[in-house]
Design a protein around this ligand. Structure first.
Ligand code: NAD
Ligand code: ZN
Length: 359
C-alpha cells in the first residue's frame, strides 16, 4: 500500500505512511537552498535513502551532530548556528531535520532562532519521533542537567513520516517508541488499543497503519492545544511517575530509555486511575499484562520510593506542591489535572514493585 495519509492544516503539511517521501518530494522545490541536519547513525542508515527519494534536491550543506541525547546541548546548538552561518544559509533557506527526536528537537530550536527564524521540515526516522517528537512544535535543548530546559514552541513547515526508515532501527528504540504508541491508545484511541492487541512490539508485523493512527492522535491533540493549556496535558499520562523513574536511573550508571520509564509509569498511573478515577481493576490488569509483554520490570525497591517522590516534587508539572496527574477514566479516555495524594502515588509504586493484583 503506497498511499500515505496527507493533511494540510494551512500552517503545517503532514505526509504520513508508506510512500510519504515520494509523495511529498515537491515540497522542497519551494526553497532556493536546503541544508540537512542529521546525526552519525542517520547519515549511515537514512541519508542515501532520503536523497534517492527526493531526486533533484540540491543540498547546499550537511550538518552533523553525534548520536545520542548528549547532543541536545548548547555546544551543539552553537555548532549548528555556526555551520548555517558558514554555509551561507538565509532566512529563506530550509533546514531539514532528518533523524530521531534529538535531531528534531535541537534542529527545530536552532532553525527557530537562526536569523529570528528560518523554515524547517521534520523527516523523522525513529518510531518515537514519527508518532511523537516530530509533531507538535516543542523544540529545545537540555541545559544544566535538566531536560528540555531551553526551547521554543515553533512549528515545522511539514512533517514527512515514512516507515521505510525504520528497517535499521535498533530493538531498544522500537521498544521506546512502542511505549508512546501504547500511551496514545490508552488516552484517546480505543480502536488502536484493539489493533495493538495482546502482543509485544516484537510481534507486530505491519507498522504502517499503527504509525498513521498514532501520529494522527498526536496531531489531533496539538491542533486543539498547542500551548499545553488543557487537553495536550493528557499526553503526560505515565510521565509523572515515569520521569521520576527516568531521572532516578539517569543518576545511576544504568540509564534506561524514556520508553522503559514511561512503561513503568503507565502501570503505576493506571493503578492510581482505578483508585480515584473510574478505570476498572480488570482494565488495570489488562494494561499491566500487555506492558509486561514488551517491557521487563525495572529494578526498583521500597527504599527508592522517597527519592522517586522527591524527584516528582521537582517536576515541571507539579504546581503549588500539588501532584496533578493525567489519568485514565476508561480505556481510550484520559482526563487531566487530577490532584493525587502522595500516599496513593507511593502505593502505586509498591503495586509496580511487588507485581500485585489490582483490587
Ligand atoms: P534519538 O534521536 O536519539 O534516536 C535514537 C537512536 O536511533 C540514535 O542513536 C539515532 O542515531 C538512531 N537512529 C535514528 N534513526 C535511525 C534509523 N532509521 N536507523 C537506525 N538508527 C537510527 O532518540 P528518539 O528516541 O528518536 O527521541 C528521543 C528524544 O526525543 C529525546 O531527546 C526526547 O526528549 C525527545 N522527545 C521530544 C518530544 C517533543 O514533543 N518535542 C516528544 C518526545 C520525545
Ligand atoms: Zn514520552
Amino acid at each position: 500500500m503506497n498511499s500515505p495519509f496527507v493533511l494540510d492544516t494551512k500552517t503545517i503539511q503532514y505526509y504520513i505512511g508508506n510512500g510519504a517521501l515520494e509523495k511529498s518530494a515537491k515540497l522542497f522545490s519551494d526553497y532556493s537552498s536546503v541544508y540537512v541536519l542529521m546525526d552519525e547513525n542517520v547519515e549511515k542508515y537514512c541519508l542515501d535513502l532520503f536523497l534517492k527519494s527526493v531526486p533533484g534536491l540540491k543540498v547546499r550543506g550537511f550538518i552533523k551532530i553525534p548520536a545520542g541525547e548528549s547532543s541536545k546541548s548548547i555546544e551543539h546548538a552553537v555548532h549548528i548556528w555556526q555551520s548555517l552561518t558558514n554555509l551561507g544559509a538565509g532566512r529563506d533557506s530550509l533546514l531539514i531535520n532528518l533523524g530521531g527526536g534529538v535531531v528534531s528537537d535541537i534542529g527545530g530550536f536552532c532553525a527557530g532562532t537562526y536569523k529570528r527564524g528560518m523554515p524547517f521540515i521534520n523527516v523523522p526516522t525513529t518510531l518515537l519521533s514519527q508518532i511523537d517528537a516530530a509533531i507538535g512544535g516543542k523544540t529545545g535543548i537540555d541545559f544544566d542537567s535538566l531536560k528540555n530546559q531551553v526551547g521554543l514552541f515553533i512549528d515545522s513547515k511539514a512533517v514527512i513520516t515514512d516507515p521505510v526508515f525504520l528497517k535499521t532501527l535498533k530493538p531498544e528504540y522500537w521498544q521506546s517508541g512502542f511505549a508512546e504508541v501504547t500511551k496514545h491508545a490508552l488516552i484517546m484511541d480505543r480502536e488502536l488499543w484493539k489493533i495493538l492487541g495482546h502482543r509485544s512490539y516484537k510481534e507486530v508485523e505491519e507498522w504502517n497503519d499503527i504509525i498513521i493512527r498514532s501520529a494522527k492522535d498526536k496531531i489531533d491533540i496539538v491542533r486543539y492545544d498547542k500551548g499545553e493549556r488543557n487537553v495536550r496535558k493528557i499526553l503526560n499520562f505515565g510521565h509523572t511517575v515515569g520521569h521520576a523513574i527516568e531521572s532516578h536511573f539517569l543518576k545511576s550508571d544504568k540509564p534506561i530509555t524514556h520508553g522503559q520509564a514511561v512503561a513503568a509509569g503507565m502501570i503505576c498511573e493506571a493503578w492510581i486511575s482505578a483508585h480515584i478515577e473510574q478505570l476498572e481493576c480488570n482494565n488495570v490488569g489488562e494494561i499491566t499484562e500487555r506492558i509486561d509483554l514488551s517491557f521487563q520490570r525495572l529494578n526498583i525497591s521500597e527504599k527508592d520510593i522517597p527519592e522517586l517522590m522527591q524527584l516528582m516534587r521537582q517536576d515541571k508539572k507539579i504546581r503549588n506542591g500539588e501532584f496533578k496527574f493525567s489519568l485514565l477514566r476508561r480505556l481510550g479516555k484520559a482526563v487531566h489535572d487530577v490532584v493525587v495524594e502522595p500516599e496513593l502515588i507511593e502505593d502505586s509504586i509498591r503495586f509496580y514493585i511487588n507485581n500485585k493484583k489490582c483490587e
